[in-house]
Design a protein around this ligand. Sequence first.
Ligand SMILES: Nc1ncnc2c1ncn2[C@@H]1O[C@H](COP(=O)(O)OP(=O)(O)O)[C@@H](O)[C@H]1O
Ligand SMILES: [Mg+2]
Length: 216
Amino acid sequence: MSIISVLNPKGGCGKTTISTNLARALHDRGASVLIVDSDPPGSARDWHAANEDNPIELVVLDRPNNVKTLASMAANYDYVVINGAAKLEDMIAAAIKVSDFILIPVQPAPYDIWAASDLVDFIKARQEVTDGVPLAGFVVSRVVEGTRLGGDVRAALDEYALPVFDTTITQRQVYPQTASEGLTVFDADNVKAKAETTALIDEILAMIAPVVREVA
Ligand SMILES: Nc1ncnc2c1ncn2[C@@H]1O[C@H](COP(=O)(O)OP(=O)(O)O)[C@@H](O)[C@H]1O
Ligand SMILES: [Mg+2]
């Protein structure tokens, strides 16, 4: 059992998009997956409600105390994916505490990267008292196709001394198009979108393999 949080207080970096697509990628591999929406307004809950045949279970937990009780609920699933809240510090702190792994999507611009500073501090403070749990890593999100990541982006991310995944998520219409119907890129024909999402989940699973908890 693993709890994966997709966190970044900055809106628009792709948390909800990545949470829903990752959850579906895990489901398609035969895993039992629960999405926890900790950011209800206009978020994963709406995505879920847009498709009555959605194969993924979703629960809304919009109070930090509810998130704290997640561990027992999570025991019934192979993976819990927490769609992170914007700005609610208590929610983010609660998510960090229950997670095995934090995925931090960032847009490839220095201001967006600097805005992750408080989150990184939060995560590192937690890691210090727990022998390094949760693990954490960055994924650069909404990259314009055909552009290489600038050295300034890499340099800014390197300052945080957290891993940066090789896979990037590209800015593609297929993400909002599928989201609006409660679907994911795995329901569409865009081969590149499926490939990058698959590559990202492969990288995450390789990183978290040492901390996967046995299901009770
Ligand atoms: N890779 C992407 N390509 C195109 N549009 C995207 C991509 N990721 C997110 N978006 C769009 O950007 C907006 C913000 O994304 P969202 O996932 O809601 O971010 P967050 O949850 O961090 O606020 C949404 O309209 C979403 O459809
Ligand atoms: Mg969101």
